[in-house]
Design a protein around this ligand. Structure first.
Ligand code: SF4
Length: 465
């Protein structure tokens, strides 16, 4: 993307992008359960969607766009299915990179749906190429699949997957189909969420529990970091768990996951509400009304309002039909982009000291335009409160934040950021406050500190700077 378009695109969608949804299903009506589950997880990826089923043969359909655009009246037979919604963080955006990936091997059909990002994919790809393997995409998922298949063919499923895990670095939450059996696998850090459930038709694994709710299922439990689980129509069995340092992505709680999802026994809404309470404790201000940036700041704003006793009100209304990838042709149009997406409720903000709450600030451009909009429509003061500490470093584990230019906080003080966005005051939650709100210390905070839970292979870095 050239710099002009990058800048303009920011005005319409500056949040870090989600990284993919995975679902695996085994039982009756596998295809139907899969379609509804993928729809429930559409927020994690909108570029492409795909489903593979197995009934002795593989049936697969993938396409660009939303689940509803890819799947219409067709039916894929089979009692075991894996599905994927993609947002690309590695590899290009073409349909050749859409998940799931399936190959035929001497073990049979092996397919994976992947959420995350493999940091040593480049190096593994070169080694596999030297061994004669051919790649049909630029996706890191294909590299991981081929690495796994080559080990499974040599050592069997259990030992083959274990051996592949020792070679593959980075973030992966996987639904794996091996012939008529479903497997769930999570990297040893547990960067990305993965949860098992069941309904009247059978058993499933999904990126978020909202998918299980959608098909009237009940949660069984999270797949543990480093764990391989085998799932059939009658139940599940933990095959092994490799214990290591745990580092769940804090951004799943802050922004990515649905508020109605439960991750690691924590309801995401409740975590965000507690972030709001903590934010108010750490960053009090004298104001008339707490207004969320819709939709991302709502739960935090509610918490802020309850703790501060400043009334909560919707003061910004989002046009839910505005196109999030809309690119505008010139500088003048940029302001209009915000008007297309957001409008104010004048009676709520006119003459008021507003506390504007959002979950995070990445580049700051959208926040700058929202503040301008609030002032133009009568806000007397705008005090910005942010439910994530300043983001200063790239993510290598499956979130689309790659370049230093992405971050307004990279080289600026809080006061310099405040001036740049045009706020009367600016306050972020602290890292300690965030950990306390989530209720655990076993978190990745790499993008907040520049210190990552795992080494980043040199080959991974040039693409991201
Ligand atoms: S670097 Fe940030 S976004 Fe990436 S996994 Fe860690 S906490 Fe999540």
């Amino acid at each position: 993307m050239d710099s002009l378009h990058q800048e303009l695109d920011i005005t319409t969608g500056q949040k870090p992008s989600d990284e993919c949804a995975v679902v695996g299903y085994i039982g009756n009506n596998a295809y139907t359960n899969m379609v509804f589950s993928l729809k429930a997880l559409q927020h994690r990826g909108q570029e492409s969607s795909g489903i593979a089923t197995f009934d002795g043969k593989i049936h697969i359909k993938k396409g660009m766009g939303l689940v509803s655009e890819v799947f219409h009246n067709e039916f894929l037979d089979g009692k075991v299915a894996i599905g994927h919604n993609r947002y690309s963080t590695a590899g290009s955006k073409g349909v050749e990179n859409a998940g799931p990936f399936v190959i035929s091997s001497s073990t049979g059909y092996i397919g994976i749906s992947h959420n995350g990002e493999i940091t040593n994919a480049h190096c593994l790809r070169e080694k596999l190429k030297e061994k004669g393997y051919i790649f049909y995409s630029s996706s890191d998922t294909e590299v991981m699949l081929i690495e796994m298949v080559s080990e499974i063919n040599k050592y069997g499923i259990r030992d083959g997957i274990k051996k592949a895990m020792l070679k593959i670095k980075g973030a992966y939450a996987l639904a794996i189909l091996i012939n008529d059996t479903l497997y769930a696998l999570r990297d040893t850090f547990g960067f990305r969420p993965l949860i098992m459930g069941k309904n009247d038709d059978g058993y499933m694994v999904a990126s978020e529990s909202a998918a299980i709710d959608t098909v009237s299922g009940t949660i069984i439990r999270d797949v543990k970091p480093g764990e391989l689980v085998e799932i059939n129509e009658h139940g599940y069995k933990s095959i092994f768990t490799i214990n290591s340092k745990i580092a769940h992505c804090m951004f799943e709680y802050v922004y990515f996951a649905r508020p109605d999802s439960i991750i690691d026994k924590r309801e995401v809404f409740d975590v965000r509400y507690r972030i709001g309470l903590k934010l108010a404790m750490e960053n009090p201000v004298n104001a008339d009304v707490v207004v969320p940036v819709p939709d991302s700041g709502r739960s935090q704003a509610l918490g802020y309002s309850v703790y501060s006793k400043i009334p909560y009100s919707e003061g910004l209304i989002k046009n839910r039909y505005s196109d999030r990838t809309f690119i505008l042709p010139d500088q003048k149009s940029r302001y209009d982009a915000i008007k297309i997406k957001l409008n104010t409720i004048k009676s709520v903000i006119n003459g008021k000291k507003v506390v504007l709450v959002d979950d995070s600030i990445v580049r700051g451009n959208t926040m700058k335009h929202i503040i301008k909009l609030l002032r133009k429509d009568g806000a007397a003061e705008v005090h910005v409160r942010v439910g994530s500490p300043p983001i200063i470093a790239p993510c290598y584990f499956g979130v689309d934040m790659k370049t230093k230019n992405d971050f307004i906080a990279d080289s600026k003080s809080i006061d310099a950021i405040r001036k740049e966005i045009g706020a009367d005051s600016l306050g972020y939650i602290t890292i300690e406050g965030l950990k306390e709100s989530i209720g655990m210390n076993e978190l990745c905070t790499g993008c907040l500190t520049g210190i990552y839970p795992d080494d980043i292979p040199e080959g991974a870095k040039p693409n991201y700077t």
